[in-house]
Write a protein that binds this ligand. Sequence first.
Ligand SMILES: NC(=O)c1ccc[n+]([C@@H]2O[C@H](COP(=O)([O-])OP(=O)(O)OC[C@H]3O[C@@H](n4cnc5c(N)ncnc54)[C@H](OP(=O)(O)O)[C@@H]3O)[C@@H](O)[C@H]2O)c1
Length: 170
Amino acid sequence: MSQWAKGVCARHQNIDILINNAFQFGERMRFENLSDSQWHKVVDINLMGTFRVTRSFLPALKVGRNPLIVFVGSIMGKWARAGFSTYGVSKAATEALANVLAQELAPDGIKVATVYPSRIRTGLRIAGYGSNESLSSEPLENYLSLMEHLIRSRDSFPTGSCWFPDDIGL
Ligand SMILES: NC(=O)c1ccc[n+]([C@@H]2O[C@H](COP(=O)([O-])OP(=O)(O)OC[C@H]3O[C@@H](n4cnc5c(N)ncnc54)[C@H](OP(=O)(O)O)[C@@H]3O)[C@@H](O)[C@H]2O)c1
C-alpha cells in the first residue's frame, strides 16, 4: 500500500482529501487462540497500512486545498466485541492516531475527522460474521451522504471531530 501511495504522490503533488478506509476484520476467534502471525496479519494491514499511507500523503496534503484526513472509526474500537480483538485494537489505535494528528497537523492547516458508519452489509462484515448475519444493515447511501457532507463542509468544523450519521439527520 505504501508503494501505491508513493505512486499517487508522484503523479499528484497537491492532495485535498485522504480517506483511511482500508481495513480487515480478521478471523473471529478468542484472543487466547490467536497466533502471532494471525495477529500481525490483521494489525499490519489495519494499523501499519494506515500509518504508512498517512505518512506518505502528508507532503501532498500540506499543499492541498482545505486538506482533510478522514479516519473510518468503529464502535468496536470503543466497546468490546468478543472474538474481534485484532479489529477492535486496530480501530482503537487508529482513533488515537487521529486524535494525535489533529493536534500535530493543525499548524499545517490539515484537518482530521473520524466518521463512524452504522452497520452496513459489506464484504468486511460478511468476512467477520458470515453471510447469515442477522444484524440489520443501514443503507449505504446514508454513509455516502455523511462522507459527502464532511468533505463539502470541511472548512467549517473543528479538527479532531467525530461524525455519526445522526449528526446530519440520517
Ligand atoms: N460495514 C460496516 O458495518 C462498518 C462499520 C464500521 C466501520 N466500518 C469501516 O468501514 C471501512 C470500509 O469497510 P467496508 O465495511 O466498506 O468493507 P469492504 O467493502 O470490505 O471494504 C474494505 C476495504 O479495505 C480494502 N482492503 C482490505 N485489505 C486491504 C489491503 N491489504 N490492501 C489494500 N486495501 C485493502 C478493500 O480493498 P479491496 O476491495 O481491493 O479488497 C476494501 O476496499 C473499514 O475501515 C471498516 O472498518 C465498516
